[in-house]
Design a protein around this ligand. Structure first.
Ligand code: PAF
Length: 303
């Protein structure tokens, strides 16, 4: 028998200085949100896989500018990890996450379901959301099924929370475009808002996966942002053709000891190949350092 998708709310929706209430099932979540909506509150959703860092907390702050109640979902979604990927070792730090959210002092409700509650028939059996084309390029080419897993869990979260607004980071640029496309294609009634990438002082984009880097890799990792930055500047100056710049970026990453997966300059709106007439571009890269895969991007506008 599948486990019922129900668990009561442990506490009422928080007053801001208390630890955020945590709900683990759909019934508890809906009951809490019904009460919030009855008070006329708008709902924002910030989907996460936990292990919250300053980047996530920035998204929660952004959500608070758009809604009176913020649902932060914390769920390491097995459907978006390939068989040889890091699902098992992905950091799970619920207590620290709750403390970080409490310190924000914002009206947050945490939705943290167990896998067998979220996917009662098992993740393999779940109906899936396929965002064609966009899901197969760039990260999708080396992580087949990844964006289907992301789109599926995000649509399920949208259905459960029915948020007015949902907030995603621009560090996961392709993910953001996949979700925007899904929302448009399927008429999902939610506004998608994006938050800026938060970086370490040396430029490395914050990511839960940075914790997997040893000291030497951590130093090498700075070359990812530095390379993208140099490409973005060269692109704005009109130094070289796009494919030449992409090859230059690839060589720079290799020189720094990274194994590039891709270095690519694309149109922002659909991640299609950038032509000379395109003004709003994004320089994206993914690269491996040992067993850790890092991604980053820089948006630019060419006049
Ligand atoms: O960006 C993430 O952390 C995840 O891909 C998301 C959007 C929470 C879906 O699992």
């Amino acid at each position: 028998m599948p486990m019922p998708f129900v668990k009561p709310v442990s506490r009422p929706l928080n007053t801001v200085s208390e630890a955020p209430p945590v709900v683990t099932g759909a019934a508890g979540l809906r009951a809490s949100l019904r009460a919030a909506r009855a008070r006329g509150e708008r709902i924002a959703l910030v989907p996460t896989m936990g292990n919250l860092h300053r980047g996530h907390l920035q998204l929660v702050r952004l959500a608070a500018t758009r809604a009176e109640r913020i649902v932060v979902s914390i769920f390491v979604n097995p459907l978006q990890f390939g068989p040889s990927e890091d699902f098992a070792r992905y950091p799970r730090t619920l207590q620290a996450d709750l403390k970080a959210l409490q310190e924000l002092g914002l009206p947050v409700l945490v939705f943290a379901p167990e896998t067998d509650v979220f996917y009662p028939d098992g993740p393999e059996l779940a109906s899936r959301v396929e965002v064609g084309g966009l899901s197969e390029i760039l990260c999708g080419a080396s992580r087949p099924g990844h964006f289907t897993g992301v789109a599926t869990v995000v649509l399920k979260l949208f259905n459960l929370v029915q948020p007015d607004v949902a907030v995603f980071g621009r560090k996961d640029y392709q993910q953001l475009q996949v979700i925007r496309r899904m929302v448009r294609d399927l008429d999902v009634p939610v506004d998608i808002v994006s938050g800026e990438t938060v970086r370490e002082p040396d430029g490395l984009a914050l990511s839960s996966r940075n914790a997997f880097l040893d000291a030497g890799q951590r130093r090498q990792a700075t070359s990812l942002h530095a390379t993208l930055q140099a490409l973005a500047e060269a692109l704005v100056r009109g130094d070289a053709a796009i494919d030449e710049l992409e090859q230059r970026g690839w060589r720079e990453l290799e020189k720094a000891g990274l194994q590039p997966d891709y270095v690519s300059i694309r149109r922002q709106r659909d991640l299609g190949g950038a032509g000379t007439a395109d003004r709003e571009l994004v320089v994206l890269a993914a690269a491996r350092l040992g067993t850790t895969r890092l991604i980053d991007n820089i948006e630019i506008r060419r006049d």
